[in-house]
Design a protein around this ligand. Structure first.
Ligand SMILES: Cc1ncc(COP(=O)(O)O)c(C=O)c1O
Length: 400
């Protein structure tokens, strides 16, 4: 006879996490799919395009070499770090010390979420954008830190207002999270804003954690700056980069952190105790992507730009107020009057078989918005627009 499994209760840390607001949408989405409905998923921030062939070739070559089958070095292969160094210099004009200012990661998410473990003590505060990417909050809570949310408001270009941060919270604050180009609002930050952030960080002894995972997804000739372009930024800032969105490599898990050398070395110390580095074959494929990938992602950008124009123009024709994003593959759109974000997302699912992401899932200040991701082909965007138009004419429309 088997002994009965004993029930485990979640740790206090896990219990602190807010309820997962997308659970009901996920459940209904699965229900629709099981019923065979023609669902258009505009919810996921995961490129539908394949990883370019030359990156796959680099991986397959590297996989066949037994040298790459063993534990990787925790601090990443020197060849990969050199590639990151070259890419960074070429792209942003910033020199990095490849041994002290660069750390390869198993995707930027793990670095972003582990960083608070390296620098926070229980009770320290993290300044976090709201709406924002959820790991800023969960990483803070797992490290015993206290999140302090900075509203990102449309009137302020979805940038945080540093002068509005509560003085008491600021005294206890250690980390300032920023994310530009921004998920979910698609906002971008200028060098003038980053200069302000660096000054603020020096004045209040904060470590800036700038999440640049969408830095390469931009349109109309716009190129997002790195915060490390600001003089002396390396003294207060660590920046996270990702190969996921740039090269359609979300499943491969590869990214890197650059900047503040203590932050890099402390994060590396945390990771040495948790993981054992990135599979070397993936690092070599990542190296090939950084060395030779510009053309491939420029092709990607043309595809996203066509999708963006189709969606934005289509919605505008239907009377929607939509800002045209300069970067990221998201559109952040106010919900029609009379609906909450969740109600509207449910309506989209139930009445149009469209999955959109309700803004409140990214924080209280995301209420009143929804996010559409441009990760479906043009014909599906056209079909989505047709469904929205059809619903518009219905007496119980989203706008009624
Ligand atoms: C704002 C932001 N940062 C970081 C990530 C994580 O990217 P990855 O871990 O794949 O590098 C994502 C993924 O969606 C994101 O939206």
């Amino acid at each position: 006879m088997f002994r009965k499994i004993f029930a485990l209760t979640p740790s206090d840390r896990l219990k602190q996490l807010p309820p997962y607001l997308f659970a009901e949408i996920d459940r209904r989405k699965r229900e629709c799919l099981a019923k065979g409905k023609d669902l258009i998923d505009l919810g996921v921030g995961d490129p539908d395009l394949p990883t370019p062939g030359f990156i796959i070739d680099a991986l397959t070559e590297a996989v066949r070499d037994p040298k790459n089958h063993r534990y990787a070095l925790d601090e990443g292969m020197p060849a990969f770090r050199e590639s990151i160094q070259r890419w960074f210099k070429k792209r942003f004009g910033v020199d990095l010390d490849k041994d002290k200012e660069i750390l390869p990661l198993i995707g930027s998410k793990e670095g972003i979420a582990h960083l608070p473990l390296a620098v926070l003590n229980p009770g320290d505060v993290c300044l976090i954008p709201d709406p924002g990417y959820p790991p800023y909050r969960s990483g803070t809570l797992f490290a015993g830190g206290i999140p302090y949310f900075m509203p990102l408001l449309e009137d302020n270009g979805f940038l945080p207002d540093f002068s509005a941060v509560d003085a008491k919270a600021l005294k206890k604050a250690k980390i300032l999270y920023l994310n530009y180009p921004n998920n979910p609002t698609a906002a971008v930050a200028s060098k003038a804003f980053f200069t302000k952030a660096v000054d603020f960080a020096y004045a209040h002894r904060l470590l800036i954690v700038q999440d640049a995972s969408y830095s390469e997804i931009s349109f109309d000739g716009y190129e997002a700056p790195s915060i490390l372009e600001i003089p002396d930024a390396k003294g207060v800032a660590i920046e996270f980069h990702s190969l996921s969105k740039t090269y359609n490599m979300t499943g491969w898990r590869v990214g890197f952190a650059v900047g503040h050398r203590d932050a890099i070395s402390l994060l590396s110390k945390v990771k040495t105790n948790i993981d054992s580095g990135i599979f070397q074959a993936i690092q070599l494929a990542g190296k090939r992507a950084l060395d030779e990938g510009k053309k491939a992602y420029e092709e990607n950008l043309k595809i996203y730009q066509r999708r963006r124009d189709l969606l934005v123009d289509g919605l505008k024709k239907l009377g929607w107020e939509v800002r045209c994003p300069q970067a990221t593959f998201y559109c952040w759109i106010p919900v029609p009057p009379g609906s909450t974000s969740t109600e509207f997302a449910m309506k989209c699912l139930d009445q149009m078989n469209l999955v959109v992401t309700p803004g409140n899932g990214f924080g209280a200040n995301g209420e009143g918005y929804f996010r559409i991701s441009l990760t479906v082909p043009e014909n599906r965007i056209q079909e989505a627009l047709r469904r929205i138009e059809a619903l518009h004419q219905h007496p119980h429309t989203a706008r009624s």
